[in-house]
Design a protein around this ligand. Sequence first.
Ligand SMILES: Nc1nc2c(c(=O)[nH]1)N[C@H]1C(S)=C(S)[C@@H](COP(=O)(O)O)O[C@H]1N2
Ligand SMILES: [Mo]
Length: 311
Amino acid sequence: MPLFTQRDIHGSEITPRDIYLNRRGLLLGAAGLALSAGGGAGAATLQGIPSPFSTDEKPTSREDVTSYNNFYEFGVDKSDPKQRSGALKTSPWTVRVDGLVNNPADYQLEDFLKPYALEDRIYRHRCVEAWSMVVPWLGFPLAEVLKRADPQGAARYVAFQTLVRPSEMPGQRGLFQALDWPYVEGLRLDEAMHPLTILATGLYGEVLPNQNGAPLRLVVPWKYGFKGIKSIVRVTLTDKQPPTSWNIQNAREYGFYANVNPQVDHPRWSQANERVIGSGLFARRKPTLTFNGYGEQVAGLYSGLDLRTNF
Ligand SMILES: Nc1nc2c(c(=O)[nH]1)N[C@H]1C(S)=C(S)[C@@H](COP(=O)(O)O)O[C@H]1N2
Ligand SMILES: [Mo]
């Protein structure tokens, strides 16, 4: 086992978020304020179409959604993505769509996005580390992208890749690197085509902040958060199940499916309940729901599959 494993990567969290925020406030002080005020690119406002798939639960505060993040390309602490992603250049940006499709293409982001209307999608977001939020995303169905690509008959999976750019991603430099790069993820084609699966370009009515995966990230609300790959540069249709970053890192702890499941514990902690970010230090934990509460829509995808072995 690598020396750093227990402290530096996914663990049931040690520092409760409220303590973390206080500590961060003390450390950053006025500099922290200046950073968020000068945040630059995030200023553009976006208008989304309401979606019947949105939850009516109260969204987690914008401050929490944008300052408590996992994005290991920028470091392994929850505060690293916000503090260390300012130098990431998200324009120009190209997205490659390739593999088993009839219309492969390298798109400039603007051309890639042009056909799609943005929808408001307020989704529950459950990290494998047993914390959760409710996030008001802006995005569009991944299915639309796949239809435009026109999958060939043999295509059964969709593989995704994040940018590799060590000059702007400090977590990709230096002696200790938490994961192999690029960060890679994948879905079965039917999961990718499901109407709940979206590509997000914004949240809270604004362009995605870098720390949340600008300019384009995947959101699959019935799966653990690590499936929601950030800062995507490539989407590839394949006939074989693609490798995924956390499964490569530790296959015993992280499977390909990663469906939220309170009945299948992580080998090192329970998945039965979750800490709701923003609910305060002494708030009661919330029971975790099967498929993160989206079972009615997605359970049919897995009929006949043993979700204990296919975790
Ligand atoms: N490229 C990349 N994508 C990533 C990650 C990452 O480290 N790198 N972390 C994942 C994890 S573990 C989670 S919980 C979510 C967090 O998304 P958020 O910071 O927008 O809440 O992003 C996922 N996508
Ligand atoms: Mo996560």
